[in-house]
Design a protein around this ligand. Structure first.
Ligand code: FAD
Ligand code: UDP
Length: 376
């Protein structure tokens, strides 16, 4: 790869995890010149955080809790941030009570007024579980484990709200994100590493992008500069269908409307997130101080209202969308000088750590290609 005087080796579209990890690796490990552009006025993508008017650290795009089983991912990010250990807890508002979700021993005992042991709750689940020949849908996953009543109370309404469709229409992978437990473990995640960046995500991203070979351009759609500024290779992390001008049709990306509120009280709710599977237009309320550990007299929360239209947040995992995505993916593979990375560009319902892992894998391949070119 050659540098023109004012050109870049890499044009990176999107300054979220996918784009920022690759910018950092390409600049610091290979000494390449990187221009990273984002159409938003900030870095960090959906993980961006900031202090609101009350001085409380909030996540404008909804609560982001870091968790991973990958030592490689955790060690990598640890170069750019210190951590505050945090284990997320979620309660679901069901039948007038706040009950632990993922469903565990206490959920069942409190909901039905029982006093079962772990062993007995296993028998209980076995007695109410529905036999499903092949677990294909998000309904199958839940009813085959905990039966129809728990499914109706905790999953059906939430999923219909969140995705605008019935769980029977969605891939199993969606509700399979939430396990079922027979013990009293009430943590939302069970991963080895669970922690929040000590000074927030944005500070971590600033540290990643703080390199003389990286130039950051915000408030810029890449289309405004793609034909003006010389570059050799593109990393694209936006929606894949938009890149190809929707030639195979629009891929659905589920969106959310976020309503942020600040209350002049120390605490709004007992845990970081409360889910509302059956009432209201929102799916959940998250209170940031629980998540960040910040001390403050006031408290800020966010309500999430699912939407079909708006900024793209979630790929919609179902067979019909996979068919469309495969068409885009095939086209993407034909392009030698563009690499598609991240949740929107590879249409995968990835958590942050999975995006980091994917970006590090892509970097390994780009490095091999680059070193091959140098040897020629
Ligand atoms: P993004 O962060 O979406 O970055 C893509 C960037 O590309 C955006 O900034 C966008 O502005 C930019 N872009 C797009 N098109 C263009 C263009 N034409 N020109 C210039 N720029 C462009 N994960 C977890 O691990 N834990 C959580 O608790 C968690 N909570 C979440 C809660 C919500 C409400 C949502 C929506 C997601 C959550 N995630 C969570 C997932 C996490 O947000 C993603 O895995 C991660 O942020 C994806 O990073 P990315 O770089 O692939 O995409
Ligand atoms: N889900 C549900 N009830 C809950 C929590 C989750 O039905 O109380 C389902 C819902 O379909 C949701 C999916 O499980 O979209 C994944 O939940 P997760 O909390 O992982 O969603 P995310 O944080 O990614 O929005």
């Amino acid at each position: 790869m050659t540098n023109t005087a004012y050109g870049f080796d890499y044009l990176i579209v999107g300054a979220g995890f996918a784009g920022s990890v690759l910018a950092e690796r390409l600049a610091s490990q290979l000494g390449l010149r990187v221009l990273i552009v984002d159409k938003r006025p900030h870095i960090g993508g959906n993980a961006y955080d900031k202090y609101d008017d009350a001085g409380i650290l909030i996540h404008p795009y909804g609560p982001h809790i870091f968790h991973t089983n990958s030592a490689q991912v955790f060690d990598y990010l640890s170069q750019f941030t210190k951590w505050r250990p945090y284990q997320h807890r979620v309660l679901a508002s069901v039948d007038g009570q706040l009950l632990p979700i993922p469903i565990n021993l206490d959920t069942v005992n409190k909901l039905y007024g029982l006093n079962l042991t772990s062993f007995q709750v296993e028998e209980f689940f076995a007695s109410v579980a529905e036999k499903v020949e092949q677990v294909r849908t998000s309904e199958d996953v839940v009813v085959s484990k905990v039966g129809r009543d728990l499914y109706n109370k905790f999953f059906r309404g939430y999923t219909r709200k969140q995705w605008g469709m019935d769980p029977s229409e969605l891939d199993a992978s969606v509700t399979a994100r939430v396990p079922t437990r027979t013990n009293r473990d009430d943590r939302y995640f069970a991963d080895t590493y669970q922690a929040m960046p000590l000074h927030g995500y944005t500070r971590m991203f600033e540290n990643m992008l703080d390199h003389p070979n990286i130039k950051v351009m915000l408030n810029t759609d890449y289309r405004e500069i793609v034909d003006v500024i010389p570059w050799t290779h593109m990393i694209y992390t936006g929606p894949v269908d938009a890149y190809f001008d929707f030639k195979y049709g629009k891929l659905p990306y589920r969106s959310l409307h976020f309503e942020h509120q600040t209350f002049m009280q120390d605490e709004f709710q007992p845990v970081g997130t409360v889910n509302y599977p059956n009432d209201y237009g929102y799916t959940r309320i998250s209170e940031f101080k629980h998540i960040t550990g910040q001390k403050h007299d006031a408290t800020s929360v966010v309500y999430e209202y699912p939407r079909a239209e708006g900024d793209p947040y979630y790929p919609v995992p179902k067979p019909e969308t996979q068919e469309i995505y495969k068409l885009y993916e095939a086209e993407a593979k034909q392009l030698d000088n563009v690499t598609f990375v991240g949740r929107l560009a590879t249409y995968r319902y990835y958590n942050m750590d999975q995006v980091v892992a994917q970006a590090l894998t892509v970097f390994g391949k780009l490095r091999a290609k680059h070193e091959g070119l140098l040897q020629e």
